[in-house]
Design a protein around this ligand. Structure first.
Ligand code: GLC
Length: 420
């Protein structure tokens, strides 16, 4: 067995056990914070506007975040019902937010004057959140970050130096901060294979230092989970996935982007994630000083209030809806064991009908109030009655009805109509 096969076999062997908390957690906070926040035009601003390195790197000295903003993020994440966080320790711009020996282009030696990753880790622990590190393999600042792809003697030397740098960074992050729960690689430009990146060696090192850690799929190895970006699309059955989503179309702070996702949309994304046994990693891009944009705070607080009532419908060991339940006109499903949750986001009034349920319902509950709902179930039709005239959910107009059944719920409608 090759070293790679052996590595893949070993990581697969305890994957289910390592990932249990993550599958149950469902909802995490992504934080993109770096020098780019000062410009307020997306974290790709250095590249898209071709800002010369010499000019861009001045931002390292003008950056003076306030005291411990990570506590604010973690408090908000907890309030929003999020169970873990992932923060950019180094984005494509190359600025390291932790105390690193690999480069002086870091938060301790420059403007901030302190280790921002340590503050983040401490804040996560204080608020009971699991801890994730985002790390961009691509680096626009490191002199070898692009040179490493050249196929000549100088290029090969550059690659060795860049890999040593990368592995040095990764080693520090996995050594100096206690237990870390997720390692989130990003953009593996410009090297074209996991061999060139030495991804097996790198991720093996991560796992040696952090045996329980989860690793995403962006180092050109599939690893533990997939990462659909800006869409919530389930992976094939059996494959773990986490949709990462911006709040307003930019990962980094971008006040000129006014397209904030609504509370309803966020709840819809959570439904899609839970319906496909996936996770949602929703991003905030803090101001340069570290405070969270009001638009994000307001929405996340509302999401948290909603989850306080309806959390049962999304947390924990859910089942996949696909192939088990049908599309409906007034809402969508999540499933957990013998229970179906109907997320009604178009409230029909005092009566709600659901066709094609093959499983016997024993109890229906309006989660908004905890009250039982009267129902009648005939062979092909479940009719709930005595419901409020308008949606009982004032936060987002998404009210979940819980249906306890005698077995795993199953619905069959199809396109035709059979007259019984
Ligand atoms: C993309 C972008 C990057 C962002 C990431 C988040 O890869 O390049 O800016 O951090 O997505 O998933």
């Amino acid at each position: 067995m090759s070293g790679k096969e052996e590595y893949l076999r070993k990581t697969a062997a305890n994957r289910a056990e390592r990932m249990r908390w993550w599958h149950e957690a469902r909802f995490g906070m992504f934080v993109h914070w770096g020098l780019y926040a000062q410009l307020g035009r997306h974290e790709w601003v250095m590249n898209r506007e071709r800002i010369p390195v010499a000019e861009y790197q001045k931002l390292a000295d003008s950056w003076h975040p306030k005291e411990r903003p990570a506590r604010e993020w973690a408090r908000l994440a907890q309030k929003a019902g999020m169970k873990y966080m992932v923060m950019t320790t180094k984005h494509h711009e190359g600025f390291c937010l932790w105390d690193t020996a690999q480069t002086d282009y870091n938060a301790v030696k420059r403007g901030p004057g302190r280790d921002l990753v340590r503050e983040y880790v401490e804040a996560c622990r204080e608020f009971g959140l699991k801890i994730g590190f985002y790390y961009s393999l691509m680096d626009w600042h490191h002199p070898d970050g692009a040179e490493c792809a050249r196929d000549d003697a100088a290029g090969r030397l550059a690659r060795r130096r860049f890999l040593d740098f990368t592995q040095g960074c990764v080693r520090e992050l996995c050594t100096n901060y206690g237990k870390i729960d997720v390692f989130w690689h990003d953009v593996s430009w410009p090297l074209r294979s996991p061999e060139a990146w030495e991804s097996v060696q790198m991720n093996r090192l991560i796992r040696e230092l952090q045996p329980h850690i989860l690793i995403n799929n962006r180092s050109q190895l599939d690893e533990d989970f997939g990462t659909p970006e800006e869409h919530v699309t389930a992976a094939e059955a059996g494959r773990a996935w986490e949709a990462c989503m911006t709040f307003n179309g930019s990962w980094g702070y971008m006040p000129i982007s006014p397209d904030w996702r609504s509370v309803r949309e966020v709840i819809g994304m959570l439904r899609s994630a839970a319906g496909g046994q996936g996770n949602l990693l929703l991003n905030i891009g803090p101001h340069p000083d570290g405070s969270v944009p009001d638009e994000a705070t307001e929405r996340l607080e509302s999401v948290g209030k909603w989850i306080a009532t309806y959390g049962d419908a999304l947390y924990g060991q859910v089942d996949r809806v696909d192939g088990r339940m049908e599309w409906m006109l007034t809402g969508q499903w999540t499933l957990k064991g013998d229970t179906a949750y109907y997320w009604c986001d178009r409230w029909p009034g005092s009566e709600l009908a659901i066709g094609g349920l093959q499983t016997k319902v024993v109890e229906a509950t309006l989660m908004a109030t905890g009250d039982p709902v009267a129902f009648e179930q005939t062979e092909n039709r479940l009719v709930l009655s005595g419901l409020p005239e308008s949606s009982p959910d004032e936060i987002a107009g998404v009210s979940v009805i819980k249906l306890k059944c005698t077995g795993p719920p199953h619905q069959v409608l199809g396109s035709g109509y059979v007259v019984l």
